[in-house]
Design a protein around this ligand. Structure first.
Ligand SMILES: [Zn+2]
Length: 55
């Protein structure tokens, strides 16, 4: 049972308030066809803010 690497895509998360790239992660394209959005800590804003997948 090998992982199908084509289904996992590397994405960059951008902090919405400051527009900086703060995280990179992977997501499963089949489970998240649209843009991923997560609340994460931004070291530039010094707090938790929504982050969106960059395109
Ligand atoms: Zn920020």
């Amino acid at each position: 049972m090998a992982k199908d690497k084509r289904k996992r895509q590397t994405i960059t998360l951008v902090c919405i308030p400051c527009n900086r790239r703060t995280y990179t992660t992977t997501k499963n394209r089949a489970n998240h066809p649209g843009r991923l959005e997560r609340k994460k800590y931004c070291r530039f804003c010094r707090g938790h803010f929504p982050h969106r997948e960059a395109r």
